[in-house]
Design a protein around this ligand. Structure first.
Ligand code: UD1
Length: 429
């Protein structure tokens, strides 16, 4: 068991480079199985989820190396399309392998992902889309098996602009016969990244970043080198860390256009955010103002992944802020932990009403999921006294040594290994 121990009250300052995006890297690493030769992906963050994906690729037979953010994969030695259950269970995103393995090798078998702490997270859109592309799917005994000698292009309309389903279907369509049109597609920046990678491999993809994506299937893909774009959720979290500590922080390697909704809301709280090329700077000099409304939504709306971290900031803003979560049904688990630190928050169905308080006080709290964990770290940076954030493994799924990044900016935060478990807390979901 590892925990983060934070002595609150330090103002963050300095400059830091934002690492590559986890959510962009994961589907790209899945897409690599379709390449025809050694493929190199740069700026892949050193995160637990990434290493699970690399272990899955190895278990399929691919040759994989990870060296300081540079991943080299040779998929020509892949000899099975069965994704091992124990690895699949470690990470939902292994579902991304369905489309590429099926379209490249004609079959795939994965264990069915369960729900997770933020919601039920079904994969029905992925499966419906693959069926429309001609896959025969069986869903039995907790496993999903898909078969198709060759997928055929089709017109698919997603009931909701799901990021994962859009990515899975784009990859499947890349090697299908004929044209696929995905309507109501997700427009997240990570979709553009995946499309750019596929095009670099020789795929024909148009419209990524818009709500209709067209893929003209090609018989084979080549190999390439690719740079993953910066992680907008990490950038947003670091901006919020600066804001909550009255800090002044510069972030390098950021795409401000990917963070428009977040920057707009940050400015509404009264902090200064300036943008210059790929550099963002946040400076806070005065008190924070509450924001009327934050409603999470698919891109370009406010990202659900920054809902919890933003709530930590608003716990200290003058007035009442309203935050509505529309993407996942159960993403307010950080609320009870923030309340332990003195935050005044009421939840009514899918909205949280946050009345700013003068001060948070340090407490022992528990990260229930990745972004909830980040939210607690931010609260701890601002709180009076010591905060202990338990279950750090959730945070490690999405932030590369978050404590070291924050230490660089002047935070007093350390990682402590502790064999003892707190009594009476629930096990991992
Ligand atoms: C991705 C991101 C995650 C982010 C989320 C929303 C990755 C690895 N993860 O997750 O960080 O929070 O987008 O921006 O990129 N849904 C269905 N059926 C499906 C698929 C999705 O009902 O087949 C629902 C989900 O339960 C959820 C909503 O659609 O309520 C959005 O999910 P989706 O966009 O698919 O999220 P992920 O791709 O899982």
């Amino acid at each position: 068991m590892e925990r983060l121990v934070i002595e609150g009250g330090e103002r963050l300052s300095g400059s830091i480079r934002v690492h590559g995006s986890k959510n962009a890297a994961l589907p790209i690493l899945a897409a690599v199985v379709m390449a025809d030769g050694e493929t190199v992906v740069h700026d892949v963050p050193n995160l637990d989820d990434i290493h699970v994906m690399l272990d899955i690729l190895r278990s399929l037979g691919a040759r994989v190396t990870y060296d300081n953010g540079n991943v080299t994969v040779d998929p020509r030695t892949i000899h099975t399309t069965d994704v091992p259950e124990h690895l699949m269970r470690l990470m939902r995103s292994s579902i991304f392998l369905m489309g590429p393995l099926l379209t490249r090798f004609g079959s795939v078998r994965v264990s069915k992902p369960g729900g997770c702490t933020i919601g039920s997270r079904p994969v029905d859109f992925h499966l419906k889309g693959l069926e429309l592309l001609g896959a025969e799917i069986t869903d039995r005994h907790g496993f999903i098996e898909c078969r198709a000698e060759r997928l055929r292009g089709a017109t698919i309309f997603l009931d909701y602009p799901s990021v994962g389903a859009t990515e899975n279907l784009m990859m499947a369509a890349a090697l299908a016969d004929g044209e696929t049109v995905i309507g109501n597609a997700a427009r997240e920046p990570e979709i553009r990244d995946l499309a750019d990678f596929l095009v670099r491999l020789g795929a024909r993809v148009r419209g990524a970043g818009e709500d209709t994506i067209t893929i003209e299937g090609v018989p084979r893909l080549a190999s390439c080198e690719f740079d993953v774009s910066p992680d907008r959720v990490v950038a947003g979290t670091l901006l919020l860390a600066a804001a909550v500590t009255r800090g002044n922080v510069q972030l390098r390697n950021v795409r401000a256009a990917d963070l428009t909704a977040v920057i707009t809301k940050l400015r509404e709280t009264g902090v200064q955010v300036t943008v210059s090329h790929d550099i963002l700077e946040l400076k806070r000099t005065g008190a924070l103002r509450a924001v009327d409304r934050i409603q999470t939504a698919p891109f370009p709306g406010f990202p659900t992944d920054l809902q919890a971290p933003f709530m930590s900031l608003l716990t200290l803003a003058n007035g009442i802020s309203v935050i509505s979560e529309t993407v996942f049904e159960d993403r307010f688990q950080h609320v009870s932990e923030l309340q332990r630190m003195g935050a005044a928050i009421k939840v009514d169905l899918r909205s949280a009403f946050v009345r700013g308080v003068k001060e948070l006080s340090g407490a022992v709290v528990e990260a229930t999921d990745l972004r909830a964990g980040a939210a607690l770290v931010l609260a701890g940076l601002a709180a009076e006294g010591t905060t202990v954030v338990e279950r750090v493994h959730h945070i490690d799924r999405g932030y590369e040594a978050l404590e070291l990044q924050l230490q660089d900016l002047g935070a007093r935060i350390t990682r402590v290994r502790d064999a003892k478990r707190r009594i009476g807390k629930k096990a991992d979901a």
